[in-house]
Design a protein around this ligand. Sequence first.
Ligand code: C2E
Ligand code: CA
Ligand code: CA
Length: 282
Amino acid sequence: AKSEGRARYVMYDADRNARQAARYALAADMPDALDRAEFSVVYQPLVSLADERLRGVEALVRWRHPVLGELSPDVFIPLAEETGMIVALGRHVLRTACAQAAEWARRFPGTPVFVSVNVTVAQAREPAFPAEVAKILADTGLDPRLLVLELTESAIMDTDGAPPAALDGLAGSGIRIAIDDFGTGYSNLAYLRRLPVHILKLAGPFVDGLRSADASVDEQIVETIVRMAHALGISVTAEAVETRPQADRLRDLGCDTGQGYLFARPLPPAAMLPLLHDADPV
Ligand code: C2E
Ligand code: CA
Ligand code: CA
């Protein structure tokens, strides 16, 4: 039994080493992958729940790896954070998304859609971040009011508990700030009063809870969050909306915006065009 245990331990260890080696290899690939333009950005529609018309998009990064195929950001974003590569990658996504949104705004001037870009705390804490954002806006010609930066709750309230100082300046320029995945971390509305937050993105678990037969507790939680957010002048976006009953309930509970497979999957830019045409009949 003892040797069996040992063998199992060795196997587990080999397994873990192999996984670790694969992670290192992937991390080491990233700088070249950026140069080789293997990272692209897809856009998931955000609709107003009242009329279900397109209002904005969330920019989501994709990595088409030459050997491994399309990789999920859930795999490579944490890696990029560990190596610091997130700063260059994040800059690339921000620039790509702003250029895309600016082009759409020029082409479809009747109903400009905003673009919401994910920002990690490492990025937001870079001293050069605000200047970089300003430069990207100037270079691309995107109206700052059409840019939303999404930060997670835990990122904003990390270790020292102080939000990135850059947020105030960014918000002052007309850029909006969204709290991503609200409800998965501290779920504490108190800090929202001290932050220039404009949008709260309700995470999947809350939205998911509205599915079950006994959804009344979840409904009350959502209703309370919405009421408090609105009292603070913050609008609420529901994430991962997958069914018609969910969308209807979320709208009735006061959520402003919806995002999810019910409305649309993340789309490459070309696939966004018909939606933009519909949203902008001029
Ligand atoms: P997130 O910011 O919460 O983005 C939403 C995720 O939910 C996306 O996954 C999206 O495809 C997925 N989703 C959309 N609608 C539905 C739905 O109806 N049901 C379900 N179950 N899921 C839905 P994706 O694209 O795989 O991205 C995963 C995460 O990776 C993102 O979560 C975000 O945290 C991170 N990420 C993606 N792109 C970037 C980026 O450019 N920069 C940074 N820092 N992080 C990124
Ligand atoms: Ca997000
Ligand atoms: Ca989210």
